[in-house]
Ligand binder design. Structure first.
Ligand code: NAD
Length: 399
């Protein structure tokens, strides 16, 4: 998107360890912007605890309006208090702004502890549909009149008699729409084209859930087939059942293929380097992106962002880790790398590369926060602020 060299970027530091990692990320992003001849005008906005203190509400209009207007923003984690009636603010933000694609780049940084034999082969980006599927929240509690009414309707009117067990039953719906599926797949394909990626894999369980997951696959292949020229995007025929070894793919085209979700979890571990961009309905996306994240260092490292309708909100995958809050010990890497994703969206590739190089150099020299230090031999445990300063110094040296 078109932005000035000194854009206004709304930032929510967040709850819990957000108070540690939010300012840390801000410092690193500022240093990388400055080193590449740019300036960021930050706009502090509030949500969660800090918004309750300042405005007496969880998600002030000012915050939502700022993100809507400035189009690119970054947030730290927000606590969702346990208990009835409290909607997740993260979900509320994504829904209000219609940020329908949750995007997580999964790549390995030298020096990070990993359970894999060859973690450096991992370089994937997952696109998870953010608004529907079994996470849409259309559910009926067991033992209520509503769940009995739904059961009666499904058994008697819809002809599914004898499938559900007798007695109390919880029920839910799994909406997967043409609009929701197609716009997610489009986002993934556009990302693949813009970032010179080779392949988009649609991951679903369409052999069992034909009219939801299967339809996701069909709609996704339709987008690939009908909306892009063949030289640019090649929809691989029958890729669910047949190997594509013999398929003649136009040079430079992005191949779009399908895989079943259970098999995909396995391939992700065993043939990591064969995959590139994954596009998935909500539930598959949740499981697969967490699993991919664990392969390259886990929560302290895993960056993410929410995209849609010409906007992006960067946010780390992790939560507010209340036990570690305010102790200057949390790992800010995930939020820093989420900022990198924001820079990519702005087209600030040089600043983005600089951040990656500086983070990688710092970690591989053994200077890390507590979470990585306890998994590494001969590493030095740094506080959040010390680790941040180390990265900023490295940015200055590298530029
Ligand atoms: P969590 O991610 O906060 O913590 C899980 C574990 O990972 C903890 O042991 C924690 O210490 C560790 N951890 C997480 N981030 C870390 C970091 N940057 N550095 C070092 N260690 C880190 O998950 P949780 O405990 O399930 O959730 C706590 C709160 O966060 C809940 O209120 C939850 O709703 C919220 N949450 C928010 C988001 C979000 O804002 N997007 C995401 C997940 C959870």
């Amino acid at each position: 998107i078109e932005v000035p060299d000194n854009p206004i970027i709304p930032i929510i530091h967040g709850d819990g360890i957000g108070k540690d990692v939010g300012p840390a990320a801000q410092k690193v992003l500022e240093a990388a912007a400055e080193a590449t001849g740019r300036e960021i005008s930050w706009m502090r906005v509030y949500a969660g605890e800090s918004a309750r203190e300042k405005y007496d509400e969880n998600l002030p209009d000012e915050t939502v309006d700022a993100i809507r207007e400035h189009r690119v923003a970054i947030k730290g984690p927000l606590t969702t208090p346990v208990g009835a009636g409290f909607r997740s603010l993260n979900v509320a933000l994504r829904q209000t702004l219609d940020l329908y694609a949750n995007v997580r780049p999964t790549y390995y940084l030298d020096g990070v502890p990993s359970p894999m034999k060859a973690p450096e082969k991992m370089d994937m980006v997952t696109f998870r549909e953010n608004t529907e599927d079994v996470y849409a929240g259309i559910e009926w509690k067991a033992g209520t009149d509503e769940s009995e009414q739904v059961r009666d309707f499904v058994e008697d009117e819809m002809d599914f008699d004898g499938i559900m067990h007798e007695g109390d039953i919880g029920l839910g719906l799994k909406p997967i729409s043409e609009k929701g599926s197609k716009r997610l797949v489009r986002e993934a394909i556009d990302y693949a084209i813009e970032n010179d990626r080779d392949k988009v894999t649609l991951v679903h369980k369409g052999n069992i859930m034909k009219f939801t997951e299967g339809q996701f696959g069909d709609w996704g292949m339709e987008v690939a087939d009908e909306e892009y020229p063949d030289e640019e995007v090649f929809a691989a025929p029958d890729s669910l059942w047949e190997t594509q070894d013999e398929v003649d793919i136009p040079e430079d085209a992005v191949m779009v293929e399908e895989r079943l979700a259970d098999a995909m979890l396995q391939w992700m571990q065993l043939r990591t380097d064969e995959f590139d961009i994954l596009a998935m309905p909500n539930l598959n996306g949740d499981y697969l992106s967490d699993s991919a994240g664990a392969q390259i260092g886990g929560l302290g490292i895993a960056p993410g962002g929410n995209f849609g309708t010409g906007r992006m909100l960067a946010e780390p995958v992790h939560g507010s880790a209340p036990k570690r809050a305010g102790q200057d010990m949390a790992n800010p890497t995930a939020m820093i790398l989420s900022g990198r994703l924001m820079f990519d969206y702005l087209g600030w590739d040089d600043a983005s590369d600089l951040i990656r190089d500086a983070v990688e150099e710092t970690i591989s020299s053994g200077k890390v926060t507590y979470d990585l230090e306890r998994q590494l031999e001969d590493a030095e445990k740094l506080a959040t602020s010390e680790y941040t300063d180390e990265i900023v110094d490295t940015i200055e040296q590298l530029s």
